[in-house]
Design a protein around this ligand. Structure first.
Ligand SMILES: [Zn+2]
Length: 119
């Protein structure tokens, strides 16, 4: 009787360890699969990977803006809009999932779907 209890306890601990491992793996999921979508006027006009440092220009209704990508994060620079809310939003990343919007330009910069490459 005692033996079966110990076995159940071991199974329970093993299950908890597995859940923890799965959680850690999920947290440390590869970032290269993260994609950021830039939407203007309801259409995706640009997709970029946060892992590639770059500056992208997006044309908008008020002259557009630039998105600077650096060290896995991105933010709006050189925006030509009256309220500058998009630039004041600051840095966004895959972890915080902040959506940067520029209403005057009708531009939304948000996390795209996760894409998993077939193994
Ligand atoms: Zn703006």
């Amino acid at each position: 009787m005692k033996k079966t209890l110990q076995k159940k306890e071991l199974l329970c601990i093993a299950g908890l360890i597995l859940i923890c491992l799965a959680w850690i793996l999920w947290l440390k999921r590869p970032k290269e699969h993260v994609r950021v979508d830039v939407i203007h006027d309801g259409k995706t006009v640009l997709e970029f990977s946060p892992d590639e440092d770059a500056v992208y220009h997006i044309d908008g209704d008020c002259g557009g803006l630039d998105v600077e990508v650096k060290d896995g994060r991105w933010h709006v620079i050189h925006e030509q809009c009256p309220n500058h809310i998009c630039a004041h939003t600051g840095w966004a990343s895959a972890e915080d999932m902040i959506v940067i919007t520029c209403l005057p330009n009708d531009i939304v910069i948000r996390m795209g779907e996760y894409t998993y490459e077939a193994q």
